[in-house]
Design a protein around this ligand. Structure first.
Ligand code: GRG
Length: 290
């Protein structure tokens, strides 16, 4: 299937599954609305699409990977809600719409994030897989999302505001904050497919390169992107005096770096037939504008 056709089909599958999970949440106060507002508000669904694609690459069934994919997207959504809070990045817009706390208030936004984080693991637990693989999936996501991964990266990111960081320090922060979840997305697909350890390692290596390229592209869009497409004000990193790859290396060097990392990501999957979609996805993300 052509790249965009497959990506749209994956996004449609993921949207439907997420909406079905959301429909089951209880309507206590604003909780269901606040959780659904951010979960169903036009994310690109790159991480869950990656989970499905890696599962297919290694001969697995989409329906086995879908609960893993959706759970991971719930964790991603919680992280965006909390990241936007006044006590963190204090952002008013995300995906072109007011942020969760702007609509529902801070307490509801905190609780919507907490609800999504918890519901995520219940969702993984429902995967139609043997218990041992469900446990590996849960452990993989917990490792990536928690103190060893995204939460750790967020702490370092907040500490780094207003500081001039080295390339190594920025790389560590971004690998933890963004990279771990993208790597987990690939690993979850491999686990759902019951891949060999070598296959999972190759998918993880691809995802690490992809994750770094994704983050650099995000930094680039904050400088040279269009606010209408990016969905939030341009220049917010500079306003917060954040050390980013673009501050350190400049726009042109970062654009070249994204292209190099993309080709390195693709090289990780060359031994596997049927990797065209994932190769195309890497090139598509390198050219993304939102
Ligand atoms: C609050 C524990 C905690 C963590 C927050 C993910 C994160 C950590 C912060 C987001 C900051 C940010 C903008 C990072 C750049 C890369 C990134 C994660 C972008 C957002 O992901 P997309 O582009 O978002 O996949 P969509 O809207 O498509 O879901």
């Amino acid at each position: 299937m052509e790249l965009m056709t497959q990506l749209r089909a994956d996004q449609t599958l993921i949207e439907k599954a997420l909406a079905d999970y959301a429909a089951q949440w209880p309507s206590y106060g604003a909780l269901k609305d606040a959780m659904s507002y951010s979960l169903l508000s036009g994310g690109k669904r790159i991480r869950p699409a990656l989970t499905l694609a890696v599962c297919r690459l290694f001969g697995g069934r989409e329906e086995d990977a879908l609960p893993f994919a959706c759970g991971l997207e719930m964790v991603h959504t919680y992280s965006l809600i909390h990241d936007d809070l006044p006590c963190m990045d204090d952002d008013d817009f995300r995906r072109g719409q007011p942020t969760n706390h702007k609509v529902y208030g801070e307490a509801n936004a905190v609780l919507a994030g907490d609800g999504l984080l918890t519901a995520a693991f219940a969702t993984l637990a429902k995967a139609p897989l043997p218990p041992e693989r469900i446990c590996r999936g849960i452990a993989t996501l917990a490792q990536a999302a928690g103190p060893h991964g995204m939460v750790g990266g967020q702490v370092l990111d907040l500490l780094g505001e207003g500081q001039s960081l080295t390339e190594e320090e920025i790389t560590t922060i971004e690998a933890l904050k963004t990279g771990c979840m993208i790597e987990a997305a690939a690993r979850l697909g491999a686990i759902a497919a019951n891949s060999t350890p070598e296959e999972e390692a190759a998918a993880a290596a691809y995802a690490r390169k992809l994750g770094l390229a994704f983050q650099i592209q995000d930094d680039l869009l904050d400088v040279v992107g269009s606010e209408a497409e990016f969905g939030k004000p341009i220049g917010s990193d500079a306003a917060k005096e954040k050390s980013t790859f673009v501050v350190l290396k400049g726009v042109e060097a970062c654009q070249a770096w994204v292209n190099t990392l993309t080709e390195e990501a693709i090289a990780c999957l060359l031994p596997f037939s049927g990797s065209d979609y994932l190769c195309g996805l890497a090139r598509f993300l390198a050219g993304r504008t939102k």
